[in-house]
Design a binder for this molecule. Structure first.
Ligand SMILES: [Zn+2]
Ligand SMILES: [Zn+2]
Length: 162
């Protein structure tokens, strides 16, 4: 959605609220698209003493696959974002300032970018996921390793005697 803020550009104290759902199910992280549910985008743009301040919250529930054990799990995703909006930039490389195009900006694109930038690089079903045994493939969170324990040959010889 393109959000037009021309109406509040010159009226300190005014604001625009927005509340939309965005489909980010096509955003792919290494073959997994975790945003299977609509992403909620709620916020406002306010004119505070002549400066336009954008504040927004982005929320959804992600469907993930654990990088360590391969189990599917769900995880809430939340970011809070603040930006100043300006019709022209004075300093070129200021990430906090969003440049308006004809008094408007693309809310969906901003949300999509923030979603990608804030995605965890590692997806773990839990902080201490034990993963899979490289030998037998057992999921060590829920089962015992089934690898045959190598028996010490000296111990095996002793066992025979007994
Ligand atoms: Zn795991
Ligand atoms: Zn094993």
């Amino acid at each position: 959605m393109r959000l037009d803020v021309k109406g509040i550009l010159h009226t300190p104290g005014d604001g625009i609220a927005f509340n939309e759902e965005l489909d980010l199910s096509d955003v792919d992280f290494g073959g997994v698209c975790p945003a299977v549910r609509p992403v909620s985008v709620v916020g406002s743009v306010r004119n505070i003493a002549g400066m336009l301040r954008l504040q927004m919250d982005v929320d959804t529930l992600l469907s993930c696959v654990c990088d360590r054990c391969g189990s599917p799990f769900e995880k809430p995703f939340h970011i809070s974002l603040e930006r100043l909006l300006a019709s022209e930039l004075e300093e070129e490389d200021n990430d906090e300032i969003l440049l308006l195009d004809d008094g408007a900006f693309d809310l969906d694109e901003l949300t999509r970018e923030a979603y990608i930038l804030n995605m965890d690089t590692k997806m773990l079903c839990r902080e201490d996921c034990k993963g899979l045994c490289p030998g037998c493939g057992a999921n060590l969170n829920v089962e015992e390793c089934r690898c045959k324990k190598e028996i010490d040959p000296r111990w095996a010889a002793l066992q025979k005697l007994l």
